[in-house]
Design a protein around this ligand. Structure first.
Ligand code: ADP
Length: 545
């Protein structure tokens, strides 16, 4: 951004006047930690402004408009691997909404909440547990401190049958680039269905505010789940890697039929290892990826299979029993299926307690291996997996970001703070064994060529589409690895697009390239953007806009 420094300082003074000086960060020393992101080359924001309510958001938008300063809205800025809180264009001012963190309403009867953008998964879950115990919310397997709305607006995916986060938003309040406030759909005065009927009447425009830059969402309805009468989670390990296409076809059928309704995360060995383990200092020094013999040794040590997945089944007890039967029938021929309920998790917790006594540890570890075929590390993971599949957020999984970090996995993860290098690249494909295998092997070729560990998770987005979520783990303190990660990202993105697949979600490094992909689509959006935001004030460059 080329801005006259005097005008910029004047604008900062006005921002300070609107939200209070303590809530505007622009000095180099306070901006440096906020400008960090796990992607290879994050763009520096010009400042970060933290309004305290929607009136202050409005004031900030009007000031920015007056001075022609672009704004990058974010809710909690934990968009790790996609750019965190950093913008596409250098110098854009981040409009950080974490202080807007009120849960405004919970409707027990109709199972929805109305929340502000700074509300986190943990906050919402704890609030429900305490005050509305008959309701559950979904979460991601990312940080508990992520924003419910931020993730939904970027169309993130969760872990339960309410995993399609944008799909569960209903009724938005948005501040437009003009500074005016808009309510979508049924958000007119006295309308009772604002948070119950997603489509409103007439054109549906909520989509314009997701993966886009048409407004700042300051309030939204989020649908919640009734606490189920029965809940069981399951884990599955594929016996033969060659059966992956057959497994994908089986999962699609189960999903189309409604036997599987939760989000399945079908993960490869590197994903499991990144959660359970970490590079040793020697490995970090010697390799940019684990050589096959090291990978094989670690797989053995941690009892990791080529492909595995977990899922949840919830509902009335009879429904859960029927789903278990169907899953067993469909999946048992392909590998090992295990069901886990709260009682079993209780036993696991007792065993984990006993494991703390050195004289019992060896005996328990041996017994776990013989009875379940799993490693002790998996035993520790079991309560976390079972919990996250119920929508209970956990910091456990996001520690995978420290797989190639010289730091030990912390209690409270913050990969930006700790200079972890991770960037997501996530094509979406029709959910057939053929499409999935084609894209997985295309990605693997590129990862091998660039000598990075091949991390891939296959996520059900809906019963017809699967996300092939890959992550490039690299060392931020190694210039060569940063460069290689960037090149791999750009080249693989182009190769995926050339093969006829699109991205499910894009990080800031991939946004520029989107502009040329579908000319009519972009021309139409551009004309809308010109009308709504003639100064290109909001999040310039976001998703190619
Ligand atoms: P999280 O902390 O849940 O990861 P972020 O705050 O990082 O979410 O936001 C994720 C994405 O959604 C970013 O691209 C951000 O620009 C966009 N976004 C987040 N909150 C809003 C909002 N309230 N209005 C408009 N866009 C938003």
């Amino acid at each position: 951004m080329n801005m006259d420094p005097d005008i910029f300082r004047e604008a900062l003074a006005e921002f300070e006047g609107a939200v209070g000086p303590a809530h505007v960060k622009w000095r180099p020393e306070e901006l440096a930690p906020l400008a960090k992101a796990t992607i290879p080359q994050p763009r520096r924001p010009g400042a970060v402004v933290y309004p305290g309510d929607s009136q202050e958001v409005e004031a900030v938008v009007r000031i920015a408009r007056h001075f022609g300063i672009p704004l990058w809205p974010c809710s909690k800025g934990r968009n790790w691997g996609y750019g965190s809180a950093t913008p596409v264009e250098e110098g854009t001012v981040v409009l950080h909404l974490e202080r807007l963190n009120r849960i405004l309403e919970v409707n027990d009867e109709l199972a929805y909440a109305v929340i502000e953008p700074g509300v986190t998964y943990r906050q919402l879950r704890e609030h429900l547990d305490r005050h509305h115990p008959d309701l559950w919310c979904d979460c991601t397997d990312g940080t508990p401190h992520g924003s419910v709305l931020g993730n939904a607006l970027d169309r993130g995916l969760g872990t339960t049958h309410y995993a399609d986060h944008f799909g569960t938003l209903c009724g938005l309040e948005v501040i437009l680039p003009s500074g005016e406030t808009l309510r979508t759909g049924g958000g007119v005065e006295n309308c009772h269905t604002w948070h119950t009927h997603k489509w409103g009447v007439g054109p549906y425009i909520e989509g314009l505010f997701s993966q886009s830059n048409f407004g700042v969402v300051v309030k939204a309805g989020v649908w919640l789940m009734p606490r189920p009468g029965s809940f069981v989670s399951f884990t599955f390990d594929l016996a033969r890697a060659d059966d992956l296409p057959q497994l994908v076809d089986t999962i699609r059928r189960l999903s189309l039929e409604g036997v599987i309704s939760s989000a399945v995360h079908l993960i490869n060995d590197v994903v499991t290892l990144s959660v359970l383990a970490q590079y040793s200092p020697e490995q970090l020094q010697r390799y940019s990826r684990l050589p096959p013999e090291e990978l094989a040794r670690m797989r053995q040590e941690y009892g990791v299979s080529d492909w595995s997945f977990g899922g949840g089944i919830q509902g009335r007890p009879s429904m859960v029993r029927a789903a278990r039967r169907e899953l067993r029938r469909a999946l048992s021929p392909l590998g090992r299926l295990m069901f886990v309920d709260d009682r079993l998790i209780g036993v696991v917790r007792v065993l984990l307690g006993w494991r703390k006594r050195p004289w019992l540890r060896g005996f328990i570890d041996g017994a776990v291996r013989v009875v379940t075929g799993k490693s002790p590390a998996m035993l520790e993971a079991a309560p976390e997996i079972h919990g996250v599949l119920k929508g209970i957020p956990s910091d456990y999984f996001v520690r995978h970001a420290y797989f190639k970090s010289p730091l030990p996995k912390p209690v409270e993860s913050h990969p930006d703070r700790d200079d972890c290098g991770i960037t997501w690249l996530a094509p979406i494909v029709p959910m057939t064994g053929e499409h999935v295998s084609r894209v997985v092997s295309l990605c693997k070729d590129y990862f091998d060529r660039y000598e990075f560990d091949f991390y891939v998770a296959l996520l059900i987005q809906n019963p017809r589409s699967m996300i092939v979520l890959t992550a490039i783990f690299f060392r931020k303190d190694d210039a060569e690895q940063c460069k290689a990660a960037e090149s791999l990202y750009q080249e693989l993105s182009s190769a995926i697009a050339a093969s006829g697949y699109q991205a499910y979600r894009v990080g800031t490094p991939g946004m520029r390239a989107l502009a040329g992909k579908n000319p009519q689509f972009h021309a139409f959006l551009k004309s809308l953007k010109n009308a709504a935001d003639p100064g290109n004030l909001l999040a310039p460059g976001k998703y190619g806009l």
